[in-house]
Design a protein around this ligand. Structure first.
Ligand code: GLC
Length: 553
């Protein structure tokens, strides 16, 4: 039950995720940059965006596109300079937009000076800043954990004669959070950015920072005799002590809000993680707080599974906490392609998904291009893909005996490049993203799907996004209202009611590509506010139809 209408500001805004390499290039080198982002603030403000989350822009060798930081106090020259960053912060303020930085604190690049020092010997000022272990007597890695990007989670270092641990790639050594000097160095970094005017943090891979006491072998989960590292290290006992200290030293009593990437947190643990006594304000939990991983198409989820997963996260955060609503991010495929068949009408599908994004209870996180209905790329050769995980998953699939066709279909469905192709601004060469050679190929549908074209079309996905985001901003019911699921067992319709102080909104989305019917008594004398079909019948939903009805009571 919502206590009062005096919501914190971050519960009322729409957040917009920017993938800086692909948003807007201002200097023609083919990579997006900070100046490019600053040049697009008018557009972002016009969308009703109150916060932009930029994936990491720190100095980095870019092996994992910035999630491998070599200096947290410097801007990657590819993105610009510290002056550009200061200018972006100042301009964003003028547009009433808060800047959210990404804190990558589970690991650094192996080119970070901390690691360069640490690897030299067992006796140096940073020797205990990473997780080093001796080999097993036969020289093999300390245990059978597999890194998230494939291969052993341990890499041998000859100078030290030891292995180091990495949750992700071998170029991303994990920091040793047990060492208080490490923790202090990280808090100093976050405070430096708060000092610069950053108003929010997205905190990367934070559930992995506390390793279990025992580094023994885990029970193998695949034919390679290995076990996924995150099954062994996520959300380990004692992690909350670190996180409470982190909060106390960084954002407690400051006007800064936080959203942590925290997979595996269960509803009953939420109270320690978010809300009044929690460590963060929101969590990106890809499993929807045990509702299910809605992106994992391989699990062959039905529409009902996806709906119920989302309902689980709505219910789990009803009493405590607040949910960041999202369909897309830089690690996931495009939502239209992930949820609907190729034959589906992408404009209707885009509007249906955005209706849910902007009317569920929580803070919507829209990902660049989602507001215009961008789709997956479906490249048919592995050579077209840039992203390291796509390539390693492809090789793994081939090694496991899958044919080239099957392996590429898997990559097409999951590749993180689907979301990373350049933003589609207009129909000119390279979609107005760059006047140089884009670092990653554009989606060839940009002449049809782009901002400029959609600006001029009242029936576009973009026009729909604007209407709903403006409406949400002023709707007490959407901001404050309770969430109640309707037609829970319906396999096509995703329907719910939001209620606040005697007023309600009923949202009905046909989450399928076939007609759907319901009993019109569900709506009583409620009046239609929005429909992506223009008009609406109480009792029948066309394929992918999305309606919002309003009523007193
Ligand atoms: C997070 C990021 C992802 C990155 C990984 C390692 O999951 O979202 O892009 O590869 O962390 O930092």
């Amino acid at each position: 039950m919502q206590k009062s209408e005096a919501l914190e500001y971050w519960k009322k805004i729409v957040c917009y995720e920017i993938y800086p390499s692909s948003f807007q290039d201002a200097n023609g080198d083919g990579f997006g940059d900070l100046k490019g982002i600053a040049n697009r603030l008018d557009y972002l403000e016009s969308l009703g965006v109150g916060c932009i989350w930029m994936t990491p822009v720190y100095a980095s060798p870019m092996r994992d596109n910035g999630y491998d930081v070599s200096d947290f106090y410097k801007i990657n020259p590819q993105y610009g300079t510290m002056e550009d960053m200061d200018e972006l912060l100042a301009k964003a303020r003028e547009h009433h937009i808060v800047v959210m930085m990404d804190l990558v604190f589970n690991h650094v690049s192996k080119e970070h000076p901390w690691f360069l020092e640490s690897q030299k010997s067992r006796d140096n000022s940073k020797s205990d800043w990473f997780i080093w272990k001796d080999p097993k007597p036969d020289g093999s890695p300390p245990n059978n954990w597999r890194g998230i990007f494939g291969g052993s989670a341990w890499t041998w270092n000859a100078a030290r004669g030891q292995y180091y641990l990495h949750t992700f790639g071998d170029f991303q050594p994990d920091l040793n959070w047990e060492n208080p000097e490490v923790r202090k160095a990280l808090y100093d970094i976050a405070n430096f950015w708060i000092g610069k005017g950053v108003g929010a943090f997205r905190i990367d891979a934070i559930v992995y920072i506390k390793k279990p006491k025992d580094f023994a072998d885990g029970k193998p989960d695949a034919s390679d005799g290995m076990v996924l590292i995150h099954d062994m290290t996520a959300n380990t006992d004692g992690i909350l002590d670190f996180l409470r200290e982190f909060k106390t030293n960084v954002w407690k009593n400051k006007n800064v809000f936080t959203v942590a990437e925290a997979n595996g947190i269960r509803p009953e643990e939420l109270k320690n993680w978010v809300g009044e006594n929690g460590v963060f304000d929101m969590l990106f939990e890809f499993n929807h707080l045990q509702g299910g991983d809605i992106w994992f198409k391989a699990k062959k989820l039905s529409m009902l599974d996806i709906k119920m997963a989302i309902v689980r996260s709505q219910m789990a955060t009803a009493e405590n906490g607040w949910y960041p609503i999202f369909w897309e991010n830089h690690d996931k495929p495009r939502s239209i392609s992930a949820n609907f068949s190729n034959a589906a009408d992408p404009v209707l599908a885009g509007k249906a998904l955005l209706t849910l994004l902007l009317t569920l209870r929580g803070t919507p996180f829209v990902y660049q291009g989602e507001e215009i209905g961008m789709t997956n790329v479906n490249w048919d050769s592995i050579d077209a893909y840039n992203e390291l995980n796509s390539r390693s998953q492809y090789e793994l699939a081939r090694r496991e005996g899958f044919g080239a066709d099957e392996a590429i279909r898997f990559v097409q469905a999951f590749s993180r490049d689907n979301a990373r192709t350049p933003m589609q601004w207009d129909s000119s060469a390279n979609a107005g993203f760059t006047c140089g050679k884009p670092w990653l190929a554009l989606n060839e549908n940009y002449p049809q799907i782009n901002v400029q074209k959609e600006e001029g079309d009242p029936e576009s996905v973009l026009a729909w996004f604007r209407r709903l985001s403006k409406f949400r901003e002023k709707s007490e019911v959407l901001l404050n209202g309770d969430f109640q699921i309707l037609l829970a067992d319906d396999e096509r319709i995703f329907a719910y009611k939001r209620t606040f102080r005697g007023k309600s909104l009923t949202i009905l989305v046909n989450f399928s590509e076939a007609d759907a019917f319901y009993n019109k008594s569900l709506l009583g004398d409620a009046t239609l506010l929005f429909s992506n079909y223009g008009d609406a019948k109480k009792s029948h939903l066309h394929p992918l139809e999305a309606n919002i009805f309003s009523a007193d009571g």
